[in-house]
Design a protein around this ligand. Structure first.
Ligand code: UT7
Length: 323
């Protein structure tokens, strides 16, 4: 059985850091409120003239270096983003044009904060079907450009960044001792599209629009859906929560991460947390967290990782991976 094995991980955060204290100069908020309600201490903000594709390319180069590969080895580029450079062509095509081999396929996936899980699932299916031998999945976002900087209920929660993985097709035995992606599960429920959305678009207002969120409702759905997604992934692999070495969740709110771990009976020390450092970076947050824990040596080859996310749509899902 062919498996998609994660051979490279990389990330990029824009240089400029905006602290909670910096935000308190713009809107009526405080470091204390933001830390207590979300766990966020700072976020990175892209520079003027710096685009989502620039962040994606920087992360991709680091993932390629770790995998010992060149951009020209990549036969599938998937970029998960809700903040593309342009309406079209895709941000993935810009990445492919910059670092890839002419002719290699590229496209964007849009599932907001679940985008990286969706992208990983798509790429994994290409690999397992024999259509890709070396795929790149990137989550890249510049949410700072769709925030209403006058709305304190949303502008304090998001940031910019990118993370990437290189997947290679490798033969496995077909059981959970294999390295690679062991399962992916994707879900959505569009009845809740107005809980977390951008109030503009190509076919509606012909403007980019700004992010709007009913935070409390999103929070409530997130805790339930994420715990269910974890249970679904474990059941599909005949595993229990004790088999998981690391939960690598979408980083939206420290309280969501704590509640999910508590609901699942998971040791909080097994949850990778980076939301304090870069806030909610939507599709970039899982690969950013993955990269942090791989680089500092917490995540080791052979360990079981459970990736999960929930976001606008609503969309949600999981990936169970042996590193
Ligand atoms: O990426 C996936 C999707 N995103 C999420 O998962 C986010 C989900 N939601 C959340 O993380 C939380 O609901 C928030 C962090 C957005 C809000 O936390 P909360 O505990 O639900 O606060 P709240 O919205 O109930 O607001 C409590 C109070 C309100 O004042 P009153 O009405 O009680 O007087 C707000 O006006 O806090 C006020 N408030 C603020 N105060 C200072 C709201 N935002 C701020 C702020 N600074 N930035």
């Amino acid at each position: 059985m062919i498996r998609s094995v994660i051979r490279g991980v990389g990330a990029y955060l824009p240089q400029k850091i905006m602290t909670n204290a910096d935000l308190a100069k713009i809107v009526d908020t405080s470091d204390e409120w933001i830390v207590e309600r979300s766990g966020i201490r700072q976020r990175h903000i892209a520079a003027e003239g710096e685009y989502t594709s620039d962040l994606a390319i920087a992360a991709a180069k680091k993932a390629l270096a770790m995998a010992g590969r060149e951009g020209t080895d990549i036969d599938l580029f998937v970029v998960a983003t809700s903040t593309p450079d342009d309406t079209f062509p895709s941000t993935a095509s810009k990445v492919q044009g910059a670092i890839g081999k002419p002719g290699a396929p590229s496209f964007d996936v849009q599932a907001v904060c679940s985008g990286f899980i969706y992208g990983l699932a798509v790429a994994d299916n290409f690999v397992r079907a024999g259509q890709s031998k070396c795929a790149m999945v990137i989550g890249a976002e510049i949410f700072s450009r769709i925030l209403d900087w006058k709305d304190r209920t949303t502008c304090v929660l998001f940031g910019d960044g990118a993370g990437a993985v290189v997947l290679t097709a490798e033969e496995g035995k077909g059981d959970t001792s294999d390295r690679g992606i062991l399962s992916t599960h994707l879900h959505s429920d569009g009845r809740h599209h107005d809980m977390l959305y951008v109030d503009g678009g190509v076919s509606t207002t012909q403007t980019t629009g700004l992010l709007r969120m009913k935070g409390k409702e999103v929070f409530r759905h997130a805790v339930v859906n994420l715990a269910d997604a974890v249970r679904e992934a474990l059941a599909a692999n005949n595993m229990t929560i004790d088999d998981v070495d690391w939960l690598v969740p979408h980083q939206a709110n420290r309280r969501i991460l704590d509640s999910t771990a508590h609901k699942l009976g998971l040791d909080p020390a097994k949850v990778v947390i980076t939301v304090d450092q870069h806030a909610n970076t939507s599709a970039a947050s899982i690969p950013l967290a993955l990269n942090a824990a791989v680089q500092d040596g917490r995540i080791k080859p052979g360990q079981i990782l459970l990736l999960e996310a929930m976001g606008g749509g609503f969309t949600w899902g999981s990936a169970l991976v042996r590193m």
